[in-house]
Design a protein around this ligand. Structure first.
Ligand SMILES: [Zn+2]
Length: 258
């Protein structure tokens, strides 16, 4: 296994040292592309990060040209098929480095995908674009062949450019007080939260998580793909608005600037 991480020697950015602060801390935009379910990419620190690719098995995402995706990194929250289905194809066509828990990374390195950064809960590493912390998630994790998928998690990603800031992706999780620990690490430009209920937290709990996180902008993921996780878009957005938060539910194949 070729391990592509550096010792965490980069200094924490200005944003990490400040308490929760208003949005004017952030300048410019962070470009997000949404590919359906929990798959999205973010351009940060001059690199493109793709999360949890599940595109070709998702009929709602048939408009996405998977062959055109060339991320620099692919970050995996856990081993379930609806988060890793297209990892192998996209990693081979792009040469992307995989980031995820130890067991998920081992499963893919056994397939010859050896550009990889294995992590585990609570760990932080410094990569070319900034700092990544593998945060707690309350969920389960197994690989598509049924083998052990390690501890599920989420990611807090902080740009090496202090004015770009940081964002948080919950992965699949219940509402848990551990989300408050993410808020203590510094302000967030936005959070990407699962909210389809049934397998993860639902809208009401995602609103609570957003209040704990102290951010105003949220992108919803893990909804509408299967009947049990269908949500009422207008009602969900209204629930966030009541708390002074904005819920984005972007079109699949579309982009969002936050
Ligand atoms: Zn899952």
């Amino acid at each position: 296994m070729r391990v592509y991480f550096q010792k965490p020697r980069c200094k924490r950015g200005l944003l990490s040292r400040l308490a929760i602060s208003p949005d004017p801390l952030f300048r410019g935009i962070m470009k997000i592309s949404y590919y359906g379910h929990s798959c999205f990419s973010v351009e940060i620190g001059g690199k493109t990060l793709l999360f949890d690719p599940f595109i070709t098995p998702n009929p709602l995402a048939s408009c996405v040209d998977v062959a055109a995706l060339k991320p620099d990194y692919i970050l995996l929250s856990h081993g379930h098929d609806d988060h890793v289905a297209d990892v192998e194809m996209i990693a081979r066509q792009s040469g992307a480095t995989l980031v995820g828990n130890y067991e998920v990374i081992q499963w893919f390195t056994a397939k010859g995908l050896d550009k990889a950064v294995p992590m585990n809960s609570g760990g932080t590493c410094c990569l070319e674009f900034g700092r990544v912390t593998f945060t707690t998630a309350i969920h389960s994790s197994s690989m598509p062949d049924g083998s052990y998928g390690g501890q599920p998690g989420g990611f807090r990603v902080e740009s090496k450019e202090s004015d770009e800031g940081a964002f948080y992706y919950s992965g699949d999780t219940a509402l848990t007080h551990d989300i408050k620990l993410v808020a203590e690490m510094g302000p967030l430009r936005f959070a990407s939260l699962c909210l389809g209920d049934h397998f993860t937290m639902g809208v009401a709990d995602a609103v609570t998580a957003t209040k704990w996180l102290g951010c105003k902008e949220v992108m919803g993921v893990h909804y509408d793909t299967f009947p049990p996780i269908t949500i009422d878009h207008a009602a969900a957005q209204e629930a966030f608005l009541k708390e002074g938060k904005r819920l984005h539910l972007p079109t699949i194949g579309g982009t969002l600037d936050l």
